[in-house]
Design a protein around this ligand. Structure first.
Ligand code: G3H
Ligand code: 13P
Ligand code: ZN
Length: 326
């Protein structure tokens, strides 16, 4: 197992008490709630998330995808997260989302992340195990924890699009061998969630396979399970996007009631990105429609930050159950 607790990283004399997710997940499992893992790409998003989490006294995971690293430069993101740590009073994890290979995991670990995901779920079984194990060994040597994935989610991950008919639910028969042989700290499973804002077709029953989750929980008692693709695509925000010139027809997400049930079970980490994007975009579209004369980015990005912060608070209080757990 990786060392628990905070990772000490020096920034010009200050130390940065970012934490791993080990203690967070232990408490979340025992308490029947989940920690929100929110994707970050710029300063306003980081501020919106940590201000919300701080006001709710909730632990939080800030996660950075390969796309985010490319967009913002990991050094900028690291320092923005450091600013978040210094201006709040909550446990914060900095996590690599969907690491595709050893090199990106190593670069993230060397660059100060406290948690990484190696996503080799699309590779054959033995390859997934070998690559995951290699990342675990390097990560644990550096006090960093590792999430891996079994099963395939439909949707879009960076440049990879997985069609719904290629998506595969996780087989509970595989989870014990996979966790034992790799030594991972948490496991992402596929039970009907998917990435993006179009998770179900109109008329489809938007349910999760909570029976699979229950079985996985029995096979891995006390082990933290992760849900990717868990945005609910709030219809009031989609309506604002569409009202002010956007076009998001039939955008449908995971019902919050399904996520509430999962959070009470073995799920300790719930990934949310699309809902933040929709909120951010809705606010900007509305702002431009109402103020066609505005051209100061602080005006519309300020509105976007407010709407995104409200979304994160809603998730923490009403979906994840992690308020007052910091
Ligand atoms: O799972 C994917 C996340 O939503 C990150 O998306 O790869 O476009 O940054 P991205
Ligand atoms: P959503 O697209 O459902 O927000 O999922 C985000 C995610 O899983 C990031 O890894
Ligand atoms: Zn994901």
């Amino acid at each position: 197992m990786a060392r628990t607790g905070s990772r000490t990283i020096f920034f010009g004399g200050l130390f940065m008490p970012l934490v791993t997710s080990t203690e967070m997940f232990k408490k979340a499992y025992a308490g029947g709630y989940a920690i929100g893992a929110f994707n970050v790409n710029n300063m306003e998003m980081i501020q919106a998330i940590v201000e919300a989490a701080d006001e709710c006294k909730s632990p939080v995971i800030l996660q950075v995808s390969a796309g985010a690293r490319k967009y913002a430069n990991p050094v900028y993101l690291k320092h923005l997260v450091q600013a978040a740590v210094e201006t709040t009073n909550i446990p914060i994890v900095m996590h690599l989302d969907h690491g595709a290979d050893f090199d990106i995991c190593k670069a993230s670990i060397d660059g100060g992340f406290t948690s990484v995901m190696i996503d080799a779920s699309s590779k054959p079984w033995e390859e997934n195990i070998a690559l995951t194990k290699k990342v675990v060994e390097y990560a644990h040597d550096h006090g960093v924890v590792v999430e891996a994935e079994l099963g395939k989610l439909a949707g879009v991950e960076d440049d990879v699009k997985v069609e719904a008919h290629d998506a595969l639910f996780t087989s509970p028969d595989e989870v014990e061998e996979f966790t034992q042989r790799t030594g991972i700290d948490s496991l992402a499973i596929a039970i009907g969630t998917s990435h993006g804002a179009y998770k179900f077709k109109p008329g489809q029953d938007p349910k999760l396979r909570l029976d699979i989750l229950e079985e996985v929980g029995k096979r891995l008692p006390g082990f933290p399970i992760v849900l990717h693709g868990a945005s609910s695509v709030p219809q009031d925000k989609v309506a604002i996007v569409n009202q002010y010139g956007g076009h998001m027809p039939d955008a449908i997400g995971i019902p919050e009631s399904e996520l509430q049930k999962a959070a009470k079970m073995a799920v300790c980490k719930i990934n949310i990105d699309s809902d933040l994007r929709v909120s951010f975009t809705a606010a900007i579209r509305k702002h431009f429609a109402e103020h066609p004369d505005h051209f100061d980015p602080r005006q519309y990005l300020g509105d976007a930050r407010v709407m995104m912060k409200e979304m994160v608070k809603h998730k923490i209080i009403n979906v994840l159950g992690s308020a007052n757990k910091a």
